[in-house]
Write a protein that binds this ligand. Structure first.
Ligand SMILES: NC(=O)c1ccc[n+]([C@@H]2O[C@H](COP(=O)([O-])OP(=O)(O)OC[C@H]3O[C@@H](n4cnc5c(N)ncnc54)[C@H](OP(=O)(O)O)[C@@H]3O)[C@@H](O)[C@H]2O)c1
Length: 274
């Protein structure tokens, strides 16, 4: 074997190793070939844990095709185990602050109808930097990027997929903490609250654009739910399990119509005032 062949083989080996590694960390998308064409499809952000994982479990259990996205799929053990046993659950890498990846994923799924897009992923941010007087603006910007810009970019990128579907629904998870009415005297969690108020307005704006196309744009609050986010908030009161919240929200999502007000709906069915 010549030196050239040895070097060439080493180069090819390195290339194929890289290819395998990149498949493991980020599938390039459209694996929808495994989908059941007779069933609706949901795309969920932040599917690896918390409410996103419970929504994935719920829809997979109901027979839906699920595009389950996670920013770090290699570490998404529970999600990967679920997908391993169900060909209609496809795991895709997606950080909702990565516009290039959002658009790349939308391109990869071009022609695949998405009945329900669920913007679930969000961050609470470090509580210490959220008090007026000592606001941490880097964290503020990051929270806005994940919680507001991410859902807006997802809606823009996947609008054609939703428009091509039967159910035509874009859902964003919000919180009572984003209500100007309910939170008029609250201090702390400042930029989390601003981000949820902001995403409410963002979805309101998108709704005004898309209603003529028959696309339902809705806001839903999951209730107090036992997740890492709730634990990090310091709340220790009564809370739903992620599965209870996911089932409740799926019921509300199923009943959404174009005639709904578009105001945030809590998981118990009550309207949250703006
Ligand atoms: N839990 C509650 O009581 C409660 C109440 C009201 C509203 N909510 C809302 O419900 C939704 C889900 O919250 P949760 O309680 O399930 O929170 P969680 O347990 O903290 O999970 C958050 C999810 O978002 C993902 N995420 C964070 N940044 C991301 C990014 N840049 N790109 C993609 N994914 C990202 C996380 O992925 P990593 O694992 O990679 O970090 C994780 O999958 C959020 O919108 C939250 O605001 C929750």
């Amino acid at each position: 074997m010549t030196m050239y062949t040895i070097l060439r083989n080493a180069f090819l080996l390195a290339l194929s190793t890289l290819a395998i590694l990149s498949c493991a960390t980020a599938s390039s998308g459209n694996q929808a070939g495994g989908f059941d064409p007779g069933q609706p499809t949901v795309l969920i952000t932040g599917s690896n844990r918390g409410i996103g994982l419970a929504l994935t479990r719920h829809y997979a259990g109901a027979g839906w095709n699920v595009i389950a996205t996670a920013r770090n799929p290699v570490k998404a053990d529970e999600l990967n185990a679920l997908a391993a046993g169900d060909p209609t659950v496809i795991v895709e890498q997606l950080d909702v602050t990565d516009l290039e990846r959002i658009n790349g994923l939308a391109d990869a799924y071009q022609g695949v109808p998405v009945d329900v897009l669920i913007n679930n992923a969000a961050v609470l941010g470090d509580l210490g930097g959220q008090f007026y007087g000592s606001l941490d603006y880097d964290q503020f910007q990051w929270t806005m990027a994940v919680n507001v810009f991410g859902p807006m970019a997802m809606a823009e990128a996947f609008e054609p997929h939703v428009a091509a579907s039967k159910q035509k629904k874009i859902l964003t998870l919000t919180s009572g903490l984003g209500s100007l009415t309910l939170m008029s005297k609250m201090q702390g969690m400042t930029y989390y609250r601003i981000s949820k108020a902001g995403v409410n307005m963002g979805m309101r704006a998108i709704r005004a654009n898309l209603i003529k196309d028959g696309i339902i744009v809705a806001l839903i609050a999951p209730g107090m739910v036992q997740t890492q986010l709730l634990a990090d908030s310091g709340y220790t009161g009564k809370a739903l399990t992620p599965d209870e919240s996911a089932a409740g929200m799926a019921g509300i999502i199923a009943g959404l119509t174009l005639d709904d007000s578009g105001k945030p709906t809590n998981v118990d069915g009550k309207t949250i005032p703006w």
